[in-house]
Design a protein around this ligand. Structure first.
Ligand code: ATR
Length: 267
């Protein structure tokens, strides 16, 4: 059987997902393909879902800007995707569409792989947009000793705290420079264009960036002379993809991280 997989979003330039999933197909000895579909408007979303059904697609990843809109097409949504309000993976099964969010699994793998216990850590989360929600879901299931959320728009941070029902101190990004914490997580889009990351807390244990390009992201770069753990979003990227693949195929294996790293950083 040929397994049809794919990705929808806009824009989709330089997506690593086809390379990652092609590796997963090879690794699990399945015959299939992973195709990118740049969907230009919400109207096109309905058409493309029909096409996926007609051509018996097994599963699709969904990225910006359709992670919320896709919910309307799902017959059933898994708990954390519902909490987060975003679906990044759908499974077509028995003429139904099942929605999942695998970013939480991807984010949690950072802490598992690096043996980081947050129960005794003061954690600072930078950002309160779409990407921050996977982190918040993880923090609601694995409570840090103390949580601070810093965002440019305070109301969005307040809303995040309410949705996930967690004790947290809300800060403006401008206040971050005066903060001492154990772990700082960047979920903002600051630095994506290579600019210097403009906010720097004093961090004692680990800095984690959800961005993965370049390897030393502008946020991690701030801490280059700190002897602490520095983790970019590559782990999260691989493991959210693995979880999607597992949902689609039920296959379990250990991805070749070194090979994927070579692909990711030697374009
Ligand atoms: P994503 O889905 O990538 O999380 P998003 O939902 O637009 O994208 O969220 C982007 C995050 O980066 C938000 O926290 C945003 O702050 P606001 O909530 O105030 O918009 C933050 N961000 C983006 N550009 C920023 C800038 N120039 N200064 C400060 N924060 C910024």
């Amino acid at each position: 059987m040929f397994i049809n997989l794919g990705l929808i979003g806009n824009p989709l330039t330089h997506s690593l997902s086809p390379s990652i999933h092609t590796h997963f197909l090879e690794k699990s000895r399945l015959n299939g393909g992973y195709t990118c579909f740049e969907v230009k408007s919400k109207e096109e979303l309905e058409d493309i879902i029909d096409i996926f059904k007609r051509y018996s697609f097994t599963g699709i990843n969904i990225t910006v800007p359709y992670k919320c809109d896709i919910i309307n097409f799902c017959d059933k949504i898994e708990y954390s995707a519902e909490n987060i309000g975003a679906v990044n993976t759908i499974l077509f099964k028995n003429k139904k569409i099942y929605g999942y969010n695998t970013d939480v699994f991807g984010f949690s793998k950072i802490f598992i792989d690096e043996h980081i216990d947050i129960s005794d850590k003061k954690v600072l989360l930078l950002g309160a947009g779409g990407a921050s929600r996977a982190a918040m879901q993880f923090f609601s299931e694995n409570k840090p000793k103390e949580l601070l959320i810093a965002n440019r728009t305070i109301d969005k941070a307040m809303e995040l705290k309410k949705i996930f029902n967690i004790n947290a101190t809300i800060l403006n990004l401008d206040e971050v420079n005066d903060i001492n914490c154990d772990i700082a997580v960047n979920s903002t889009s600051l630095g994506l264009n290579g600019e210097i990351f403009p906010y720097k807390a004093n961090v004692k244990y680990a800095v984690i960036d959800m961005q993965y390009k370049p390897y030393n992201t502008p946020f991690l770069e701030l801490y280059s002379d700190y002897g602490i753990k520095k983790i970019n979003g590559f782990t999260m990227l691989i493991w959210q993809a693995y979880k999607s693949f597992n949902i689609w195929t039920d296959k379990e294996f250990y991805p070749d991280i070194k090979k994927l790293k070579d692909i990711a950083y030697n374009f």
